[in-house]
Design a protein around this ligand. Structure first.
Ligand code: M6R
Length: 615
């Protein structure tokens, strides 16, 4: 979503702000901007629509360079107001204060009305501008910058991560958050803020993660933090484990491509010390996991997008293998439908970023509805809002995922969910020692099976050409492969802008088969499992309606290739756990190559943001 970076240093801040913005570009990027306090104490602002490189050009073209030691910057993903210069951040109120904002101020219309009456002029269509005016207004009656902000934020409903500077207080940045992420970077040459630690990795590895409601005052050599009640508090400094090189492209053309090919390693990393030779390590889910897993009677999974699709796969595994009832729901619905949550529920959130607003809110609401539930999050970000809200945490060790289209986060989430299934099954004795061993062995094979599957890339690349002029595509699967079909359809939609739908193959005859003709490519996933014969019949139904089909099969599935039906053999001897993970790979490669042919912006597809931190 929107990205924030800022800092107070003993050096020129502008290059650091630009570097930070580039690192944040994957979060939201329809425009960007920065404000630097000049030596003469004025707010110098530059804003540009489009990518950060446009802002860079804008800055280079200026005769009077923007320079100073303190500044804030922003990449915007439009919520209120079109992507345009006047809506880009930072916003300024009467040259008194400047603000960058991530989140949504829900009562902004109400605040705007009263600020107009107070005489404030609005120059944007954003909700953010009311923040600038509210702080400017409270500065009139408060004797410190900090107090002005504390007073103003009390009037906001909604979510915010804010970076604030004022020429009246030329040595201070104020940072505050509620519901939106914001970290403080503690550096040698100064102190910094960002919505994501990745923005600051070139200057520091030391981070302080603000709690909801915290307000921090940053000076060159001092950071003071106050909690939501205004009490001075200490927050721990955490050393980031993210390595600089992890966020570089290396020899790859796109982050998505790099991340697809990193999957064998990210799965190895996720499995490391979570399995022994023949068993799962239950404590990988946390010290109390053993006791909690003994007590639970059902599981509720809540997530969004790709993470939701991972949850759908897990439902099949948890009920079929661990024999525990499981529901899965998208967070944006769950949070508003007043669900009934039984005691002894394990409430599982799945999130790559750990900052998805809907998932975080669903978790908070579930805890409010029933405070007896146990919570577990499966997350790729150690110090995220969702991990902080959960009793148990399982970190997927996928490494930073930069491409907006999730790839390695998904397959490592599936690995985590497979370990969860096995752990619960072992503790509740629904999985035998022998089955546990078989699952563990299957998981160990994943890196080499994925490498084998990646070798099919050139064949898949050829098939991608078929989608060049297509407007729609249908993905079919049965059982866990229905969830994988959903993930395949989501990938194609996201990065190639082709409308794609997934159907459980058996459901086709109840309506969607009417869509089938020679212009509707159908992609089917055919593992050699107990539903294979049924799937083969479904494929015949589709074939006889003239569709162009692509079938990804197990070597033993023996779907007969025929005219207008391309059968690609993936690998063989896949089990219930490994199959969905392996069949994800060709679908990722297919959508990637279709996107290349369609010349879309693979890593930053239109209208999308990596981490959706607003509703
Ligand atoms: O960070 P999260 O896993 O919570 O994000 C959830 C979705 O926004 C995310 O999976 C989204 O659907 C991806 N762009 C899919 O590729």
């Amino acid at each position: 979503m929107c990205g924030i970076v800022g800092g107070v240093t003993n050096q020129d801040i502008t290059p650091l702000l630009l570097d930070g913005l580039k690192r944040l570009e994957y979060r939201g990027y329809d425009s960007s901007g920065l404000v630097v306090l000049s030596k003469k104490n004025s707010l110098n602002r530059a804003r540009s629509v489009g990518k950060v490189k446009n802002l860079e050009k804008n800055l280079k073209a200026r005769q009077n360079k923007i320079k100073g030691n303190i500044g804030i910057a922003h990449t915007r993903w439009a919520t209120h107001g079109e992507p345009a210069n006047h809506n880009s951040h930072p916003h300024i109120s009467n040259q008194v204060v400047s603000v960058v904002h991530n989140g949504i101020i829900e009562n902004y219309l109400e605040l705007k009305d009263s600020q107009i009456k107070q005489g404030y002029k609005f120059t944007s269509d954003t909700d953010t501008e009311v923040i600038a005016h509210a702080i400017a207004f409270s500065m009139k009656s408060s004797n410190t910058f900090l107090k002005s902000v504390q007073k103003a934020i009390n009037t906001f409903d909604g979510s915010y991560g804010l970076g604030i500077v004022s020429p009246k207080y030329p040595n201070i940045i104020i940072a505050t958050r509620k519901g939106s992420p914001l970290v403080i970077g503690v550096g040698k040459e100064g102190n910094y803020i960002a919505s994501d630690q990745m923005a600051l990795l070139s200057v520091t590895k030391k981070f302080i993660f603000l709690e909801d409601g915290d307000v921090a005052e940053l000076k060159l050599k001092k950071i003071t933090i106050y909690d939501k009640d205004g009490n001075k508090v200490e927050r721990p400094i955490i050393i980031s484990k993210i390595k600089e090189g992890q966020v570089d492209l290396g020899d790859y053309k796109h982050f998505m491509q790099k991340e697809i090919f990193e999957q064998p390693q990210s799965i190895r990393d996720t499995l490391e010390s979570r399995i022994t030779k023949e068993t799962v390590v239950v404590s990988a889910f946390g010290g109390k996991a053993n006791d909690i897993f003994k007590k639970i009677k059902q599981i509720q999974i809540v997530a969004c997008g790709t993470s939701y699709n991972a949850g759908l796969v897990a439902k099949y595994w948890l009920e079929d293998i661990a024999k525990i009832p499981c529901n899965v729901e998208v967070a944006s619905e769950y949070r508003y439908r007043h669900p009934l949550i039984l005691n002894d529920t394990l409430f599982v959130t799945i999130s790559q970023s750990g900052e998805t607003a809907d998932t975080l809110e669903a978790l908070k609401i579930a805890k409010k509805i029933n405070n007896k539930i146990y919570t577990l999050c499966i997350c790729n970000s150690a110090e995220s809002s969702i991990t902080r809200e959960s009793n148990l945490t399982f970190l997927t060790h996928a490494g930073p995922e930069i491409g907006v289209a999730s790839t390695k986060a998904f397959t490592t989430q599936l690995v985590a969910l497979a370990l969860l299934t096995c752990s619960i099954g072992v503790i509740n004795q629904t999985i035998s020692k022998q089955n546990e061993k078989a699952i563990v062995n299957g998981l160990k094979l994943l890196p080499s099976l994925i490498n084998e599957t990646l070798l099919q890339e050139s064949q898949i690349k050829k098939l991608a050409v078929r989608f060049k002029d297509k407007n729609s595509a249908l993905f079919l699967g049965r059982g866990t492969m229905y969830a994988i079909a959903m993930e395949g359809a989501l990938k194609l939609k996201e990065i190639s802008y082709i409308h794609a739908e997934a159907y459980p193959a058996g459901e086709l005859k109840h309506g969607p088969i009417a869509l089938i003709d020679e212009n509707m490519p159908v992609i089917a996933i055919a593992p050699n499992d107990e539903l294979l014969d049924k799937l083969k019949s479904n494929l015949q139904e589709v074939k006889s309606r003239g569709s162009q089909m692509i079938v990804f099969e197990d070597k033993d599935s023996q779907v007969k290739s025929m005219k207008a039906m391309e059968v690609i053999q993936i690998t063989s001897n896949l089990g219930r756990i490994t199959a969905p993970i392996i069949f994800t790979i060709p679908l990722q490669l297919l959508s990637y190559h279709v996107a290349l042919i369609k010349r879309t912006d693979v890593d930053k597809p239109r209208n999308l943001a990596k981490s959706v931190t607003v509703e």
